[in-house]
Design a protein around this ligand. Structure first.
Ligand code: SAM
Length: 474
């Protein structure tokens, strides 16, 4: 007989209990216990949530509705953490129908495994922290995996014949997106850190190859190779850009890259490396390909910015298309390279973060991005969506105090949330609107403020500001 314990704030138990009872019908007999005055989060049985192939992790009970696998770019075939036996559930959402769905799936999975479940519902008046992050042997492990869907591929497959005929300027006619010449993002770092007379340059995840082409023109003495999972994109790029020192190869990041260790003098990538399912492994592989004195430039969305914009969904870790800085720092260090971090306001793709396409969120963010489009790289700020990582023996090592990589997810999230207080007005406005919209979309209970104060105590002021407005609490 195993137990599933649902902790529900007492004020919401009368409304949510009927949904729990319906979910349990024929699967378990729910026992509604007396209200307890206080629960200690450190006593709850937790999930140890990790990202596949990453150093990133967070430890918490199954906090409904934060820990979910239905975010885009996660492996949708992966069974969710709610199907596991072990963690306690802390119910901080008030969508009864959704809770019922999740809970009945959980109980059905247990029944299929032949487990008999006792379902205990514990209403509580208050909760208190902290929530220790050290791994605990009683934790239930859960690993999020990135999905392997390539969002550009359907458009390229469908339009390959037309793209082969059209000149580059007309590619937009077939509605392709997500591929552009962003070579200027690399200008400053290339002029400062690139080895002289490079022989081999790789563009990893090159798409239709505009950046690759620009590099071939800039370095006529080098062999420049664009690699991408899409055979169609490689074929279009090869036809559009017939340069003697340029070629394209269809290669999936999941397979070993067809180059020898120490062969590449420069490796660049724009908005592609996050698609590698195993971030630490892929970082190690790319660093192995670098020649001594070589330079790797990676421009893409980073964990920090995404956690910032996606809050409070990002509390339970999953974000969709980003690299984890901890992995790239760790792999660079192993390879004897330094890591320099610059933010890149260009291409902040506000719409990507806009919850439900909220104009109030997207407009100030885009205005801000536009106003800074021509500025050179700025020093790293966690609210920017994109970073440029430069890895090289000659790079200026990022001040890790500004990027507390050794801290746990909750401590970093706290720091990120607080950074909104330093953000320029438009960014602050956009962030707060984004958080309010996401919190509303999650239909949180007002008691969630108490939970955040317990697990993210440093950012309590910011959270009260946002969640107080959203939930009518405080
Ligand atoms: C957002 S596009 C960026 C393309 C290009 N670098 C640019 O900036 O225009 C992401 C690219 O990553 C490629 N990609 C995604 N998953 C991949 C994988 N598993 N292996 C290789 N390439 C992949 C896609 O085909 C696509 O070209």
């Amino acid at each position: 007989m195993s137990e599933l314990v649902l902790y529900i704030p007492a004020a919401h138990t009368p409304r949510l209990y009927p949904f729990v009872a319906r979910a349990a019908k024929g699967l378990a007999k729910p026992v509604r216990e007396r209200t307890v005055p206080r629960i200690r989060l450190s006593d709850l049985r937790c999930l140890d949530v990790r990202m596949h192939g990453s150093l990133e992790r967070v430890r918490m009970p199954l906090v409904y509705p934060f820990i979910r696998t239905d975010a885009p770019n996660f492996d949708q075939a992966m069974p969710g953490p709610h199907l596991l036996t072990g963690p306690d559930w802390l119910v901080l959402g008030r969508n009864g129908y959704d809770l019922q769905r999740q809970l009945s799936a959980a109980l059905e999975a247990r029944a299929r495994r032949g487990e008999e479940t006792t379902l205990r519902v514990v209403p509580f008046a208050h909760m208190e922290g902290p929530l220790p992050q050290e791994p605990n042997e009683h934790d239930t492990a859960f690993v999020f995996r990135k999905g392997s869907e390539n969002h550009n591929q359907p458009g390229w497959e469908q339009n390959k014949d037309r793209l082969l005929e059209l000149p580059e300027e007309a590619w937009n006619e077939v509605g392709i997106s997500n591929t552009a010449d962003l070579v200027h993002v690399f200008d400053e770092a290339l002029s400062r850190l690139a080895p002289e007379s490079p022989r081999l340059i790789l563009d990893v995840g090159c798409g239709l190859g505009q950046v690759t082409r620009s590099l071939a023109l800039r370095y006529p003495g080098a062999e420049v190779v664009g690699i991408d999972a899409s055979e169609e994109a490689c074929a279009v790029a090869a036809k559009a850009f017939p340069l003697p020192n340029l070629s394209f190869k269809a290669v999936d990041f999941a397979n070993p890259l067809p180059f020898s260790p120490g062969q590449a003098d420069i490796i660049v990538s724009t908005n592609a490396v996050p698609y590698a399912a195993d971030q630490l492994g892929f970082a190690r592989e790319l660093f192995t390909l670098l020649a001594p004195g070589g330079l790797l430039l990676n421009h893409c969305r980073a964990e920090e910015s995404q956690h910032f914009w996606d809050f409070p969904k990002s509390l339970g870790l999953p974000t969709n298309v980003q690299i984890f800085l901890c992995d790239w720092f760790a792999a660079a260090q192993e390879a004897g390279l330094k890591t320099e971090v610059a933010s890149v306001p260009v291409g902040m793709a506000a719409h990507f973060f806009a919850p439900s396409g909220s104009k109030a969120f997207a407009t100030p963010l885009m205005d801000y991005a536009d106003s800074r489009r021509h500025e050179p790289s700025l020093s790293y700020d966690p609210w920017f969506s994109h970073v440029l990582l430069a890895h090289s023996a000659r790079a200026r090592q990022a001040e890790t105090a500004a990027l507390p990589l050794e801290q746990n997810h909750l401590a970093r999230l706290s720091r990120l949330l607080n950074s909104v207080l330093r953000a320029p007005a438009k960014m602050k406005e956009a962030a707060i609107v984004a958080w309010i919209c996401t919190a509303r979309e999650l239909t949180l209970v007002p008691e969630v403020v108490e939970f955040f104060e317990a697990v993210l105590p440093e950012s309590a002021t910011v959270l009260r500001m946002v969640l107080g407005t959203t939930l009518g609490a405080v």
